[in-house]
Design a protein around this ligand. Structure first.
Ligand SMILES: *[C@@H]1O[C@H](CO)[C@@H](O)[C@H](O)[C@H]1NC(C)=O
Length: 475
């Protein structure tokens, strides 16, 4: 079986290889353009794109006292869309304490919000996952009824329910106290508010990075691609130690067997001092407006140190960035990108595995870390007018700059010469309109292009045969 599968994989790779060689490069996943922060003071964000063309947004509010929702036909439109309260804290009983991490799902023609609710008006840690059911085409105006607490096999602290369908079965995943921390569990759903059978533990906080200040696995979410089920979750205390982990299963595996899930031993998404992003996590996934890119939605803070308890700090904010995929079919989370417009990658026009990177030298590379291949296209560029400049994502404040015919990554200097050397005119691709070319500012006819065995980036005149090496596909 195994060798047959390998054969299929190899055959597929050969076919893809032939397509790559014969067809002009297809931008499978064009660049996206968003602007972070998307929404301030909204944690545990969930964005769901429905078949009606709207994005629906829910999140935790700092007062932990309601379920809010927004909708917009674009992701950026959510940032200033009106916010509707779907559920407000009650005086007693289920929903009278903390209200955390709502997620909206559409199941069998009805809306469901999975949301963790405190059971007691005194607040405290009596938290259980609950379900609201909405009837009506627009969830902002739907009739909502409480379906109550989702019962599991043990009546203990639990939260952060999410749901997905695989192999024709709908599953619930959630976090619940297990041993000395909270683990991620899974069970099939018999209906949207009732699990079936005995839950299975998928991951528990057994790695040092999952046990910093708090022993936590929570905030699970699933994205399915390339024959795999990728389950992300968040770990450690909800301060700057918060980070994301990944557990993976084959799409056709028995998801109720713990051994079907393989856990990454290291976190996949962590704080980044250079980009000033701290404690990223509690993510979900959505898709870009054109449906072609996967978008990761998450929260973090813009500073490292919190005064007092993280629970009393309101500054977790909703962010979005493109989720990339490695050649082996696994997700590449990269780093939390800096605030402001999201970056892009500059892919080779002819070789889809090669990207412009600045690591070690400015060249094109198939193996550079994602963040070292991401650049923000600044408009206008440092030279102003209609120019653009290319700012590094992993080294914010550093720009691609020409020095003679060579290209370097250099920290911004306050001089007209620097601004000119770090500015380009973005043109339609010299090899075709699927790509773009960058003509040096103030040096007509001199373009950015890759040259030689190392694919070093240089700036120079472009002969007919060099047009492809001077054309980049934005991804
Ligand atoms: C991005 O958002 C910031 C803060 O809201 C704003 O100042 C800036 O103009 C936006 N940039 C773009 C390109 O929309």
């Amino acid at each position: 079986m195994r060798s047959f599968r390998n054969l299929v994989v190899t055959a597929t790779a050969v076919v893809v290889g032939i397509l790559t060689l014969t067809a002009s490069p297809v931008a499978a996943s064009p660049a996206v353009s968003y602007n972070n922060t998307l929404i301030s003071q909204r944690a545990d964000p969930h964005i769901y794109k429905h078949t009606d063309g709207f994005y629906y947004f829910t999140a935790t509010v700092p007062a932990y006292d309601k379920v809010v929702m927004r909708r917009s036909q674009t992701i950026m439109g959510l940032s200033n869309a009106a916010e509707t309260t779907i559920f407000a804290r009650k005086r007693s009983g289920v929903g009278s304490g903390y209200i955390w991490a709502p997620e909206i799902h559409y199941i069998d023609n009805k809306w469901y919000i999975y949301v963790a609710m405190g059971l007691a008006s005194q607040g405290g840690w009596g938290i259980r996952m609950t379900v609201l059911e909405g009837t009506g085409s627009n969830p902002l105006t739907a009739q909502w009824v409480e379906k109550g607490v989702i019962r599991t096999n043990r009546d203990t602290f639990n939260l952060d329910a999410s749901t997905f369908v695989a192999g024709g079965t709908r599953y619930l995943i959630w976090a619940q106290t297990e041993g000395d921390g909270t683990a991620i569990l899974i069970a099939p759903l018999q209906n949207p508010w009732t699990i079936r059978g005995t839950p299975t533990i998928i991951t528990r906080p057994d790695q040092p990075w999952e046990r910093v200040n708090e022993r936590v696995n929570e905030g699970a979410y699933v994205i399915q691609k390339n024959g795999k089920i990728f389950l992300t979750y968040s770990a450690a205390a909800t301060d700057s130690n918060y980070c994301m982990g990944l557990v993976t299963a084959d799409a056709n595996a028995d998801l109720m067997k713990a051994s079907s899930w393989t856990k990454s031993k290291t976190p996949v998404f962590v704080s980044n001092a250079k980009t000033s992003q701290w404690g990223p996590g509690h993510n979900s996934f959505t898709v870009s407006e054109d449906g072609q890119s996967d978008i990761m939605v998450y929260h973090d803070r813009g500073y490292k140190n919190i005064n007092g308890s993280p629970l009393n700090n309101p500054d977790r904010r909703t962010r979005v960035q493109k989720l990339y995929w490695k050649a082996d079919g696994t997700p590449d989370f990269g780093i939390p990108v800096p605030d402001g417009p999201t970056p892009v990658r500059l892919r080779s026009y002819t070789t889809p595995t090669l990207f412009v990177t600045h690591r070690n030298s400015v060249h094109m590379d198939a193996n550079a870390a994602l963040a070292d291949t991401q650049f923000r296209i600044i408009r206008p560029g440092l030279a102003g007018g209609s120019t653009v400049s290319l700012e590094s994502t992993s080294e914010p404040g550093s720009f691609l700059r020409r020095s003679g015919s060579a290209m370097q990554l250099v920290a911004k200097q306050n001089s007209a010469a620097f601004n000119a050397d770090a500015s380009f005119n973005q043109r339609e691709g010299l090899a075709g309109s699927a790509g773009v070319s960058f003509e040096a500012s103030g040096a007509a006819g001199q373009y950015l292009r890759a040259e030689g065995g190392n694919n070093a980036l240089v700036v120079g005149a472009v002969a007919e045969a060099q047009r492809e090496s001077a054309t980049f596909v934005l991804e």
